[in-house]
Ligand binder design. Structure first.
Ligand SMILES: Cc1cc2nc3c(=O)[nH]c(=O)nc-3n(C[C@H](O)[C@H](O)[C@H](O)COP(=O)(O)OP(=O)(O)OC[C@H]3O[C@@H](n4cnc5c(N)ncnc54)[C@H](O)[C@@H]3O)c2cc1C
Length: 211
């Protein structure tokens, strides 16, 4: 893979943003190459809720059946019961969308689905285990592509009319391009962790300390 690659648009990062952009461009006939540094999308803690508005977009793209063919669960309401009282925290049933449910599916299954849909287009190329290293510039300092490292460690140059960095919040490529992100995150922290739970054990039995 060490021969230079030419494409219309190269996208660095095969997360939700990069893969969805790749799919949308491929549908429009653009030759698009997405480079993803991992071999697959199987990473923990990437979230698993697919919101009704996202599902509306999938309906417009004709991808809802592809989504629902994969293992998932739907939730019309988020309710919490505590000492005999049930509180409704969220109710999706009134939304002006066709699917009025929150769908739960690991993000890697969702990304597999988007990648599969994109790969139906011959002008979509997904290079896995390929890391974007730095932007390529011409003599006038214009960005004209991206230098990547292929799965066997060989450096490869991908030249493109458009380079999109979708490699996440700590992007080396963005830093190399000299771009400063505008921070708009909500002022909150989320602590996310996993608790062991054996099949058949109720939450109540854990609470009583019956290990
Ligand atoms: C704990 C947690 C829970 C969440 N839960 C939900 C949820 O339930 N529902 C929801 O909708 N959202 C959820 N989110 C948010 C969601 O995960 C992010 O909004 C989304 O992943 C951002 O997508 P992205 O494509 O911009 O970036 P990312 O998902 O970060 O994807 C970037 C991709 O680029 C790749 N990459 C990085 N550097 C390079 C490089 N140099 N070369 C090539 N590839 C590279 C990475 O491997 C990755 O695949 C959650 C986020 C977190 C942290």
């Amino acid at each position: 893979m060490n021969t230079p690659i030419r494409t219309d648009c190269v996208v660095v990062g095969g997360g939700p943003a990069g893969l969805m952009l790749g799919l949308l461009l491929a549908r429009q006939g653009v030759d698009v190459t997405v480079v993803e540094k991992h071999a697959d999308f199987l990473r923990d803690f990437r979230g698993d809720t697919i919101h009704p508005s996202t599902q509306e977009l999938l309906i417009e793209l004709g991808l809802l059946d592809d989504l629902l063919r994969r293992p998932h669960s739907d939730m019309a309401r988020v309710q919490v019961s505590w000492h005999g009282t049930t509180v409704t925290l969220a109710d999706f049933s009134h939304l002006p969308t066709q699917r009025k449910v929150m769908t739960f599916m690991p993000q890697w299954d969702f990304l597999d689905m988007i990648a599969d849909a994109a790969m139906r287009f011959p002008n979509f190329h997904l290079l896995r285990s390929t890391r974007g290293e730095k932007v390529l510039r011409d003599a006038g300092d214009r960005i004209i592509g991206i230098a990547v490292v292929s799965p066997d460690g060989t450096p490869v140059e991908i030249s493109a009319h458009l380079v999109v960095d979708a490699s996440g919040r700590d992007s080396d490529v963005r830093a190399d391009a000299g771009l400063e992100p505008i921070r708009v995150a909500a002022a909150m922290d989320v602590l996310w962790f996993r608790l062991p739970k054996q099949p058949g054990r109720s939450i109540r039995s854990y609470r009583r300390g019956r290990e």
